[in-house]
Design a binder for this molecule. Sequence first.
Ligand code: PLP
Length: 227
Amino acid sequence: MSIEKKLSILKAEINELLIKEGRLKDSVEILAVSKTKPIEMLQEAYRSGQRLFGENRVNEAELKAPQMPEDTIFHMVGHLQSNKVKKACSYFSCIESVDSLKIAKKINTCCIELNKVMDVYIDINIVNDQNKSGFLVTEQFYSDFEEMLKLTNINILGLMCIGAYVTDKDIIRNSFEDLKKLLKYLKGKYPTFNGDKLSMGMSGDYDIAISVGTTHVRIGSTIFGKR
Ligand SMILES: *Cc1c(COP(=O)(O)O)cnc(C)c1O
């Protein structure tokens, strides 16, 4: 099946879910996660109208970005290493994987030099998985979050997570509900925080994320095939 066809089926499915939830059509952004996939596939998706792409390696985005039309938007979805921040700040429009205060400060410093403001999501390790990156929700997280809010050249759009990696749909749902509750709590606690986005839901669980109320899904294999 062509990428165009897969994208149109995916959009129709998402709209059907949104309508079922009483939400507006096309009110969920689709990030096409193109990591490891060849440039021809990204170009095909672009020709089908897709503009938002997700990559998890800075070096890969560096190779792909110049081969795509000007209005292509890349989001970083993988753990970012300190020594790659500078490049990341020039190739990505948004970094969804801010997982430490240290990396947020580095992004901020680079963006001051570049005279830009970087959109970011804060990556939350919502299932307390030791093998995953992302903030654990501890007292330290709240103080780090407060510090991040003060950084002038990052704009915190909202929170990102990877759902529980299990087959039990209720456990996955709970992890998404937890992220949604955390966003609400942060908005109440910090009046200067006006982020209202949730980046949750991947190929295997976007239906659950949509029913919980996500605003942004990150879909790879459903669009581009298995990696
Ligand atoms: C790879 C990846 C995705 C997409 O995963 P699929 O299961 O292929 O849809 C989403 N988010 C992150 C952070 C990823 O690394």
